[in-house]
Design a protein around this ligand. Structure first.
Ligand SMILES: Cc1ncc(COP(=O)(O)O)c(C=O)c1O
Length: 392
């Protein structure tokens, strides 16, 4: 009998991938499916970035690179952070990783062990809770509530901190809710954390360039008092439509960067060389592609909001960022998972049940508007028709 480590039984998953697979199977069987389940931009990576990767391969970038990433890329990341957040950081604190997920995995591995507690957003990106459980630490949910715009309450977060708390995970703009943490709430949290100097923070800011209606993103970088304990997670996947390239970066406090690089050496050695060169072009080249994509998302968001709020049993608060809406569907009388299954199999619309993002997601559905306006309108018509047929 094989004896896998106990942690394996505690490892969760990202069910969005299961829905994708089920949708693909139904499509292969000839059923028309509109995919509003997917968490990636429906745009191609801008051409200048693709060309930079091709050139890098032709120029012979075929070997290992330093585990932390090539210096010109880390310098480009530092310059980008300075441009966007007005803060000077040393490239020595930057680690290039294969996608945003790797930073959360490393941060949790670094702090998580039996006896430790890690706070994470719920509903939130499912990998946080999964990896915390895997590490043996106690996963302590930070409830994100609809009536608070799906932002955390600083008071509530601070009330969850105990002497065993090692790490707090934050995510704004958020998956799956599109919620954006107000600046004042972030200020209150940071002020309160002065009383808990042993607690590290990991701020997942992968959607920080997808904001609507003039909303402001307040990065952890804004707070000099967090410099020695805040880990920043960001990357290229969403901003530059590069999910399949596997490219992300993290900024680590000075005392942690050596350990983070060592985790990289033990895990993946380095990110593939040509992708790193493409990452430089993404940051230093024209940003028109980013602006066009965000403008398209803003237009779709308006349509999604209008339509969702007309579906019987649905109500949806306005998401401030990312490309997700998170309607409250409790008025349909169906559990989130029942709705996800019915909509996929009978209405031909892929969505994700709120419970895929933690138990506090019951009564909600995640709608990704990374799809064309035409498909979004058709999906909304199908959802409304399906619910009406069921007598909803
Ligand atoms: C909040 C959040 N963080 C991180 C990631 C992971 O990004 P990547 O594909 O770069 O690993 C995602 C992807 O969906 C996400 O939604």
């Amino acid at each position: 009998m094989l004896q896998p480590a106990a942690g394996m039984a505690r490892l969760g998953t990202e069910t969005a991938f299961d829905v994708l697979a089920r949708a693909a199977k139904l499509q292969a069987a000839g059923k028309s499916i509109i995919n509003l389940g997917i968490g990636q931009p429906d745009f191609q990576t801008p051409g200048n970035i693709v060309e930079a990767a091709i050139k890098a391969l032709r120029d012979g970038h075929h070997g290992y690179t330093p585990a932390a990433g090539i210096l010109p890329l880390r310098e480009a990341v530092a310059a980008d952070l300075q441009r966007r957040h007005g803060v000077e950081v040393s490239p020595e604190r930057i680690l290039i990783v294969p996608g945003g997920k790797v930073t959360m995995f490393f941060a949790v591995l670094m702090f998580g062990e039996p006896g430790a507690e890690i706070l994470y957003p719920n509903p939130g990106f499912p990998i946080y809770e999964s990896v915390i459980n895997f590490s043996g630490a106690k996963a302590v949910p930070i409830p994100l509530k609809e009536d608070n715009g799906f932002a955390f309450s600083a008071e509530e977060v601070l009330g969850l901190v105990t002497p065993r708390t090692r790490l707090i995970i934050l995510n704004s703009p958020a998956n799956p809710t599109g919620g954006v943490t107000p600046v004042a709430e972030m200020d209150r949290l940071v002020a309160g954390l002065a009383r808990h100097p042993q607690v590290a923070l990991m701020s997942d800011e992968i959607y920080s360039q997808m904001l609507y209606d003039g909303r402001e993103h307040r990065s952890v970088l804004h707070y000099p008092e967090l410099e020695d304990r805040a880990i920043l997670l960001d990357g290229w996947s969403k901003t530059y439509a590069m999910t399949g390239w596997r490219l992300g970066f993290s900024l680590w406090p000075e005392p942690l960067i050596e350990g983070a690089v060592r985790l990289a050496v033990n895990c993946h050695s380095c990110v593939n060389a040509a992708t790193q060169v493409a990452g430089i072009e993404a940051l230093n080249g024209p940003q028109d592609g980013v602006h066009e994509m965000v403008a398209a998302f803003a237009e779709r968001r308006a349509v999604v909001m209008r339509e969702l709020n007309q579906i019987p049993g649905f109500r949806c608060i306005e998401p401030g960022g990312a490309f997700y809406a998170f309607p409250n569907v409790s008025g349909t009388g169906l559990k989130a998972k029942e709705l996800e299954t019915g909509l996929l199999e009978e209405a031909g619309v892929a969505t994700i049940a709120g419970t895929s993002f933690g138990r506090m997601g019951e009564g909600f559905l995640r709608i990704s508007y990374a799809n064309s306006l035409e498909n979004i309108e058709e999906a909304m018509t199908r959802i409304r028709a399906w619910l009406t047929e069921r007598g909803g």
